[in-house]
Design a protein around this ligand. Structure first.
Ligand SMILES: *Cc1c(COP(=O)(O)O)cnc(C)c1O
Length: 368
């Protein structure tokens, strides 16, 4: 944890181990653990994160898009990978790279089976996704007959799991709704098993589902945000360690007179003599323009410095008039003490958004 001399994203693999072990401690010993590493493992680095979790004997990975799975295979990741949101066009690539599709529609089921048959596959693992209330992706309960009839006509694919996704697992005011989703999922699972004669794995819970609905862990759970250090509640956040710290440096300090403007479009005008620090991080790095004009802030020598004027592509300016600091000093955008939640909330968004937005051009530095 040396002082940052440029903009870096520091990733603490020890914290990842801690979060993984904490989540595992919430599970029955036989419950499988799927790690969601989509979107570059929530903006960190999918390959390094997947390799580390593979060493910890994680059972499964999930990514959103097929290309994300290809990148993991190219890097030598051998653990099974579920692709949550593939397209028919990806069927050949999925099979070439041993990636297991989430099948969420009749159109995708038909198209994937056609390619699997053409490729001479036997029992290629697929995962059937059901919609139980999120109304995003997935079959409906009434589609089970159609799915089962289609599956009976082929030996090219085999249903390894059926799953669904909770809409509001972090929101205890929506407990009734979530319990209804759990009941619907159970009913779908029973009907599917009876009609197909298959015994697939069942999985439903994301991070907050794991923490709030232990009765719904089924055969496997799927965690993303928890692995990266957020528990989605003040109480649970204490049990996790954010793995990523976004750090930068003061490139230059300007002393400006009262009444001078700062930055593009002269969006900020000083109302006193001020010291303004320029920092090399901008909207091209994922620090959105919504953080401009004193919505967002950074920490310098543990003091809060507000972003003044508009966020530029490659830099921000912050007011350091009342902060004892100099050029070359370290700047914290977020870390374990000042978490991504803090800055995200200042702009009315969530930690998921700020961490996944971080651009590839920010150097990743790994702590063991
Ligand atoms: C992203 C995603 C997850 C992970 O959710 P977290 O809240 O980050 O744990 C799990 N399941 C599905 C289907 C997802 O799309």
């Amino acid at each position: 944890m040396s002082k940052a001399l440029e903009t870096i994203l520091e990733i603490d693999l020890g914290a990842l181990t801690h979060n993984f072990n904490y989540l595992k401690s919430k599970l029955q010993p036989q419950t499988k653990f799927l790690a969601v590493v989509k979107a570059f493992a929530y903006g960190s680095d999918a390959i390094e994160i997947a390799k580390h979790l593979q060493k910890l004997n994680v059972d499964y990975f999930a990514v959103a898009y097929t290309q994300e799975g290809v990148d993991l295979r190219d890097a030598g990741v051998t653990t099974p990978i579920l692709v949550l949101h593939p397209q028919s066009l990806n069927a050949e690539t999925l099979i070439d790279r041993c990636l297991e599709p989430s099948i969420y529609s009749a159109r995708l089921l038909n198209d994937f089976i056609a390619v699997a048959e053409k490729r001479g596959q036997k029992n290629y693992p697929i995962h059937i996704k059901f919609n139980t209330g999120l109304n995003r992706l997935g079959f409906e309960q009434k589609d089970i007959n159609t799915i089962v009839s289609k599956l009976e006509l082929t030996t090219a694919v085999k249903v390894k799991s059926i799953f669904s996704h909770l809409a509001a697992s972090e929101d205890l005011e929506e407990k009734d709704f979530t319990k209804q989703q759990i009941e619907t999922f159970k009913s779908i699972a029973e009907t599917f098993k009876t009609k197909s004669g298959i015994e697939p794995w069942l999985h439903l819970c994301n991070t907050s589902g794991i923490l709030n609905y232990p009765e719904a862990h089924f055969n496997m759970v799927r965690s993303g945000i928890g692995l990266y250090g957020f528990g989605n509640s003040e109480l649970e956040d204490k049990n996790f360690e954010p793995i990523a710290s976004l750090k930068s440096v003061i490139s230059q300090i300007h002393e400006i007179d009262k009444g001078k403007s700062v930055g593009y479009n002269r969006a900020y005008t000083s109302n006193r003599n001020e010291r303004v620090a320029t920092i090399p991080i901008g909207h091209a790095d994922g620090l959105s323009r919504v953080y401009g004009n004193k919505k967002g802030f950074v920490f310098i020598n543990d003091k809060k410095a507000y972003i003044i004027g508009n966020v530029c592509m490659d830099m921000i300016m912050v007011d350091v008039t009342d902060i004892n600091c100099k050029e070359g000093d370290e700047v914290i955008i977020f870390d374990k003490a000042h978490t991504a939640n803090e800055i995200a909330e200042s702009a009315g968004t969530i930690s998921y958004e700020i961490v996944t937005a971080l651009s590839k051009r920010i150097k990743r530095v790994f702590l063991p």
